[in-house]
Design a protein. Structure first.
Lengths: 353, 353
DNA sequence: CTGAAAGCGCTTACAG
DNA sequence: CTGAAAGCGCTTACAG
């Protein structure tokens, strides 16, 4: 026998009709075949090293057992664990994932979407949602089973899985207030991104609820969830809000940028400035100082998103929104504010205004 | 028209036979069809929003236009850029990637391999090679087109793309020697991994070539390319080799572990100890101190691996080994050794022996 | 230049 | 319980 064995090869070897071989090989239809025949077919399949051709099966069943995953930027440390979780959850149910980076670029995003559609994916996991997202709206109009991971659209189109940001932000604000901070700044992520938007909203809410004055708690919007944007936002804060003693960064990458800018400005973290991140990405604990942040299990998030999607594909009704528990991880980057006067560095920085 | 339009729908709308519609739609066969007919078919396809079913085409052509990518750990920051590069190179040629995490686990690895085979992938990119790798040997025996990315097997089975480690290590050793270091330690990655093995070999070679004494340049083998292993290896070095003034870490993650362990031991980097990493992963420049390391373009590496694979699939002969250029990026973590006596901290650390 | 037909490797109603 | 046949949506030699 040359080449990869097919069902016909197995049927011939087992001396049965291909239809019978197919039924014997398939768990769900096996009961329709006599045990003796099943035995012969299985033995033949085993002997030949037969693996069903998933492409042919997909064509016939009109189900590719394949899922498209759209990631905005795999280089952002929070997404790899999500991808892992997705695979973890897909694989035991016989599904496989196509993964594409979209780079927050409409063209690349659409290209990936269409390539995956042409490949007959049974559904999509979008980890790249913006609050107003044309492509996702389109997927909704086309009735394609989909789930949103991490970020969501303003309109409730598809089921959505994310960490409980509101709870995370409350824990952060509470932690800082308990340390004695009264002037806390927030560097928010882009506001067309639901995470950036929601965390900023929660921040404004909880800061007020914990008795801080709105004026003392400025929100600066970063251009992106990255270190550069975090750095330049920090410079703005140091310049315009010298009374601030704690910065809550919209995510860990922004926080890394904050730490860098503080170092550059000679502002010591945590003595002169506390810093909090969000996500607890892999290296957060290895930074100097190690980063206080809110942990969300990306793997769990991905796994849950995949589970919801598979249920949706199978026609099972499920909850539309899953908020995963989050946990504040206190490390070295937060401390009580320095009592009394501003540090020398902060004074100098303020004097330069 | 309900549901996704098929070729038959297009043919009917254009009033031609499906075979003709197929030829008109396909660039390579279009010249066999009269321009008028091509026009009608294209118009009909456009009007219906027709996209060819890649699964059906794959079945018929015996070519899925699909590639399997095996990544040992997507959470390791060097792999996401590689995946990006792979997609970058695949997509314009009409290919799409299945991606799986293997976690250096034989079982998961094999499961992914078989799932991808069942999906009729046209080839594999293995970024998870160990020097002696059963699964890759098996792929070779089966004659499956494949390319190794980053790591390789000892036996030359498939084409291989990687950074020029030997050159990178030479640049590192040269840099440290020029700074005045005479006692340099290397924390090598696992020796069943070609990168870990080759870098250690190169280190031993160049250290000698640059006139350092073998005895002064110990090599400690880390259990894994991660921070924990880097940390414990550092403790060993501080304990057993107090004269060492520079550590070359097998990769950046190990280097992060080194920095942490030094901080914990009160050894100042770079004043008391220089540290060099390898790979220039995304956060290397944001560490404190920022990390001197060797930059390899993961994206370029992935793109090249995909290109080699597609050529192999197309039956084009290509070079078997591509070494990409590397570049030493000097940052804050390296400096001349402190002259004269050991620092107090190092003395104390040595005294504790 | 176009049509008719076979076939890629499966699954699954339909008979018997 | 098993076989015969149709068909998923394409492509492509083969005629004409």
């Amino acid at each position: 026998m040359v080449g990869i064995p097919t069902l016909d090869d197995v049927a011939r070897a087992a001396q049965v009709h291909p239809g019978t071989a197919s039924r014997a090989l398939n768990e769900e239809t096996r009961s329709k075949v006599s045990p003796a025949t099943v035995g012969r077919v299985l033995a033949a399949a085993d002997r030949l090293g037969y693996t069903p051709n998933a492409v042919a099966r997909g064509l016939r069943r009109q189900r590719s057992m394949t899922v498209g995953v759209l990631i905005p930027d795999l280089t952002n440390a929070i997404f790899p664990p999500i991808v892992r979780g997705i695979e973890e959850s897909l694989s035991p149910r016989g599904f496989t994932a196509f993964v594409a980076n979209t780079d927050n670029d409409d063209y690349r995003e659409r290209r990936a979407f269409e390539a995956f559609r042409a490949r007959q994916v049974d559904g999509f996991i979008f980890a790249n949602a913006r609050r107003d997202h044309g492509l996702i709206q389109e997927a909704f109009n086309l009735g394609i089973p989909s789930v949103l991971a991490n970020r969501r659209t303003d309109k409730s189109l598809f089921p959505w899985v994310a960490g409980d940001d509101d709870d995370g932000v409350e824990q952060i604000v509470k932690h800082l207030v308990e340390l004695g901070h009264t002037h806390v700044a927030h560097i928010a992520g882009p506001q067309n991104n639901s995470a950036g938007f929601a965390r900023a909203e929660s921040f404004r809410h909880f800061v007020k609820q914990h008795g801080l004055r709105e004026l003392d708690c400025p929100v600066v919007i970063a251009d992106a969830f990255d270190t550069e944007s975090g750095g330049s936002a920090t410079k703005q804060i140091l310049h315009h809000f010298p009374a601030v003693t704690a910065i809550f960064a919209g995510n860990d990458m922004i926080a890394v940028g904050v730490l860098g800018a503080l170092r550059e400005a000679g502002v010591h973290c945590p003595v002169d400035m506390s810093v909090v991140g969000f996500n607890d990405m892999p290296l957060a604990k290895d930074l100097a100082p190690s980063l206080t942040t809110v942990a969300v299990s990306g793997q769990q998030l991905g796994a849950m998103a995949a589970t919801l999607l598979l249920d949706e594909i199978a026609g099972v009704d499920r909850e539309r929104t899953v908020l995963l528990p989050v946990e504040l991880v206190v490390r070295e980057s937060t401390a009580p504010p320095r009592v009394g006067a501003l540090s020398l560095a902060r004074q100098a920085s303020a004097a330069r205004e």
